[in-house]
Design a protein around this ligand. Sequence first.
Ligand SMILES: [Zn+2]
Length: 257
Amino acid sequence: MKKEYKQCNRCKSKQSKTSPPGFYKSIEVRNGVEYPIVKECLCHKNWRLETEAINNFVRNGFDPDMFDINLSNGDYVGVKSIGNITRLSKYIDNFFEDEKVRASLLFFYGPPDTQIKETVNWIGNKLIRKYEVHFVDFSTLFDKFIHSLWNPDGSKNADPEINYIIDKYSNCDLLIIGNFNINTNGKYTLYSDKQLGLFERFLKERILNNKGIIFCSLNSYTTLPNNLKDLISDKIKKRNTEFVFTDIVNDIPEELF
Ligand SMILES: [Zn+2]
């Protein structure tokens, strides 16, 4: 996904032997005195910022193959849930302006292949240029969180790497949690009440600190275990921020004529 740097004609013609491609010598006047300086051409600056954004995107858990996806610009497939994309475009725009929007809890659900993954990568790409946004699968987050509390021998964990990453997940501007499939068929099979109670503490801290979360799940939040449902339901109801995704990407015919 790394993009090659292409030098523009403007700086190519100005380039000297001693400055690298994308940079050229120029003169800056300060208080009437001319100083020789090396300038970075806009073509190089744009490439550098784009490269930084890609590196950031990958480092923070997003899918490099989805870096270029733009759902508000024709990449969304289908019509049934396209209203979500229209609304989420506004969410992205307002995220920059409004702290209430930044503190929102969003809940996305739908069967596999309904473009939820594409949607969160698109949102991540837009917001990561200004905010700290992380994507993590629930099982990974949960394991790391539990690990950050205790070592297998029961002692308090002091693994700096685990603490560092949990700190990021706790404090970043937006945390996107994938595969948040805790409750299916009314049975909690994987996690004990005690574990879920601890995880509730993690979510509660983010919510109290007005940090946004996007949950991605196969099922509605109404099917979550009670403690987690109670924690998020008021906010989701108040802002109407549950989004159901129903356009299964491979089921939609691609009409060529
Ligand atoms: Zn240039």
